[in-house]
Design a protein around this ligand. Structure first.
Ligand SMILES: C[S@@+](CC[C@H](N)C(=O)[O-])C[C@H]1O[C@@H](n2cnc3c(N)ncnc32)[C@H](O)[C@@H]1O
Length: 270
């Protein structure tokens, strides 16, 4: 198989990755046959999976605009993914060019493509790291050279924590970030999940296909999702279904009303 120039030499093109499957679901071009195949199989089981990906991305846009409105000018985007339409720095620097953004992802394609896109933007940096290790992320020069921890920072984890099982201690990971943040900082999370009585055979089948092909997932209900905001005060409207959190007309493409399950919320550190 021919290797495009955005694919680092050490990645296995035959093995689907979370980042590239998500890129395909969003309509991006940074994915390979193996990614498309598992995405297609998942979509056959449950076409709403694509709507779900679009809803996470739309939530990201709305959350960033909301946070800019609250005066935030520093963003730490954890599990930032392969750059696509509506990246954080594009939204934020259109409002205020002085806004600083650090992108962090484990995936080599996400990191390589982010670096090539952002080359020459002095207020953006890209770090390849495992976000489950907050001490390493926070000690990195990419983070420290750009972000001022004496001022508010918005930590974003969009469509990320359903890849972090309870065994990996998501609350401990979140505490690692929260404890470094100045008062007035924010946490924005979106998460795949549903209430106990909402699981359908289609969801179970789609999840089996995805987990067999890509990676394990931990879907959480709204109560479990709410617990992730320990140490933060939820801003209005609290935990919401993704399309209903601060809805904007431009995201209302009909798909927004799909019942694909996912939650979003933003919290503020007092
Ligand atoms: C579903 S994508 C979401 C991308 C982006 N946040 C968005 O909403 O468009 C999840 C991303 O998290 C990254 N990821 C998953 N686990 C990670 C980890 N432990 N450390 C760093 N990145 C991780 C994946 O590589 C992928 O790019």
């Amino acid at each position: 198989m021919e290797r495009p120039n955005w694919a680092p030499g050490d990645i296995d093109l035959e093995r689907p990755s979370v980042a590239r499957v998500y890129d395909y679901l969003l309509g991006g071009a940074h994915n390979f046959a193996a990614d498309r195949e598992v995405a297609q199989k998942t979509l056959e089981m449950m076409p709403e999976v694509r709507t779900g990906a679009l809803q996470h991305r739309a939530f990201l846009r709305r959350a960033v605009r909301y946070l800019l409105g609250r005066g935030v000018r520093q963003f730490l985007d954890l599990g930032s993914g392969i750059p696509t339409v509506g990246n954080v720095h594009e939204i934020a620097q259109a409002v205020d060019p002085a806004t600083r953004v650090v992108y962090v992802d484990l995936d080599p394609v996400a990191v390589a493509h982010s670096r090539s896109l952002l080359d020459g933007n002095p207020r953006v940096s890209v770090l390849q790291a495992d976000v489950r290790d907050p001490a390493a992320v926070l000690a990195s020069p990419e983070v420290n050279d750009l972000l001022d921890f004496d001022r508010p920072i918005a930590v974003l984890m969009i469509a990320l924590l359903h890849f972090v099982p309870d065994d990996d201690d998501p609350l401990g990971i979140l505490a690692g970030y929260r404890d470094r943040l100045a008062p007035g900082s924010f946490l924005a999370l979106s998460h795949a999940g549903f209430e106990a009585d909402e699981e359908t055979p289609e969801i179970r089948a789609a999840r089996r296909v995805y987990e067999r092909g890509v990676t394990r997932t931990t879907l959480r209900n709204s109560a479990e999702f709410t617990k992730l905001f320990h140490g933060f005060d939820l801003v209005e409207p609290g935990v919401a279904r993704l399309p209903t959190w601060h809805p904007e007309a431009q995201d209302d493409d009909g798909a927004a009303h799909s019942r694909f399950p996912g939650f979003g919320a933003v919290g503020r550190k007092a």
